[in-house]
Design a protein around this ligand. Structure first.
Ligand code: ATP
Length: 376
């Protein structure tokens, strides 16, 4: 069983709190991302699951087993790191076979320990048995590196090295795969390719995966669910779409994609049940987002705003009058910075070939769907 449960996990280093009351349930086969800025506690959470850190308090279960007292090498977790951590003097095949030999060392009797130790002390791996050979070949085929088995790590690209590291983790048939910023060393293009590769391999194997990243795009595009962390605490755990459209606080809204964040005052609720929010002197927005608060933070994604040229819009459609201050061409989209009185909005529109990019100074209307105005 590869589910993971974390209950009331706390971790302090020399009296400083790194994790505070972290509670998580990760389902078997789930691809789960820990997302947050540097120092928020992602790696520490993962290291507690792996058994490399001892929790100050709290419990960790892998499957039904409480692993608090179980040493790291018996937790059945596969690890992949940012740095690949491959042995430069061993070829691809030997790097993958190495971890199987290490396991044999821990599991074996005295005789096995001696022979494995002899292997490990040797600069090369030497001959491996048939079963090991088959497992290693299967793992390399899985990550589509069978043809490079004889290469040294230094003769591989970064993406290929990371696939070797993945094969080395998978060959152990772990219950849980733990990946700590595995794509950070790759350039942007390769990172995008590897996102897809890792996700496909994870789905094929069906292995429970915990993936640490500070890159929101990476977490959102790969994971079934994402836990956003801040200051050692979990702030929100949700599917990527729910995180994006229904952030529970300003930190998540800001961290997961860009947002217009405004201060607002609730003025009442209309017959349709929409909240009327004043966002500036004599400027109002309607929102379907339920709130009990009077002073709210209004969060609107740049792509939820429709930008209309003035003559097209009617008056009663959640509309604000504005002027374009800056137009930025971003390839598939255009980002408009629009001034609405003393307020400023970022608006993203899809770029259509042949359509003009509106210049600075153009007067426009911003139409904002009440369903997409989040009030927290
Ligand atoms: P990053 O993305 O930069 O790796 P992170 O979210 O993974 O950050 P952690 O590495 O888990 O964060 O660190 C959480 C906090 O615990 C930080 O304040 C860090 O300085 C502290 N910390 C982590 N490991 C140790 C350690 N061994 N000794 C002392 N403090 C530590």
């Amino acid at each position: 069983m590869g589910s993971v449960k974390i209950e009331h996990l706390n971790k302090q280093f020399n009296g400083n709190t790194a994790l505070e009351d972290v509670n998580l349930e990760i389902q078997e086969g789930e691809f789960f991302a820990l997302l947050g800025p540097s120092g928020c506690g992602k790696t520490t959470t993962m290291r507690c699951v792996a058994g490399f850190e001892t929790p100050t308090s709290g419990s960790i279960y892998i499957g039904d087993r409480n692993v608090n007292q179980i040493p790291a090498n018996q937790r059945n977790c596969g690890m992949v790191f940012q740095s690949y951590a491959l042995f430069p003097h061993l070829n691809v095949f030997e790097n993958v076979a190495y971890s199987l030999n290490i396991r044999r060392f821990y599991e074996g009797g005295f005789g096995t320990k001696l022979s494995t130790l002899a292997h490990l002390l040797n600069r090369r791996l030497g001959k491996v048995d048939r079963a090991t050979e088959q497992k290693v070949r299967d793992a390399l085929d899985f990550v589509e590196l069978g043809h490079l088995a004889d290469r040294l790590p230094g003769q591989l690209s970064g993406g290929q090295q990371q696939r070797v590291a993945l094969a080395r983790a998978l060959v152990m048939e772990p219950a849980v795969l733990l990946m700590d910023e595995p794509l950070s060393n790759l350039d942007k293009k390769l990172r995008n390719v590897m996102r897809v590769t890792i996700r496909q391999i994870q789905q094929k194997v069906g292995i429970t995966t915990i993936f640490v990243t500070h890159d929101q795009e990476e977490a959102m595009s790969m994971a079934d669910r994402v836990a956003v962390m801040h200051g050692g605490r979990l702030v929100q755990v949700d599917t990527p779409t729910a995180l994006y459209s229904n952030p529970t606080n300003k930190f998540v809204a800001d961290f997961v994609g860009s947002s217009n964040i405004l201060n607002g005052t609730v003025k009442g609720v209309n017959e349709s049940g929409e909240t009327l929010i004043e966002i500036g002197e004599n400027r109002f927005l309607r929102s379907t987002y339920p709130t009990n608060k009077k002073d709210v933070e209004v969060i609107i994604r740049p792509e939820s705003i429709r930008l209309l040229t003035s003559e097209k819009a009617a008056d009663d459609e959640n509309i604000l009058d504005g002027t374009i201050e800056l137009s930025t061409y971003l390839g598939p989209t255009i980002r408009y910075d629009v001034k609405v009185g003393e307020l400023r909005f970022e608006v993203d529109t899809v770029f259509e070939a042949g359509s003009p990019i509106l210049p600075s100074g153009t007067t426009v209307k911003l139409q904002i769907d009440p369903n997409r105005v989040v009030a927290l």
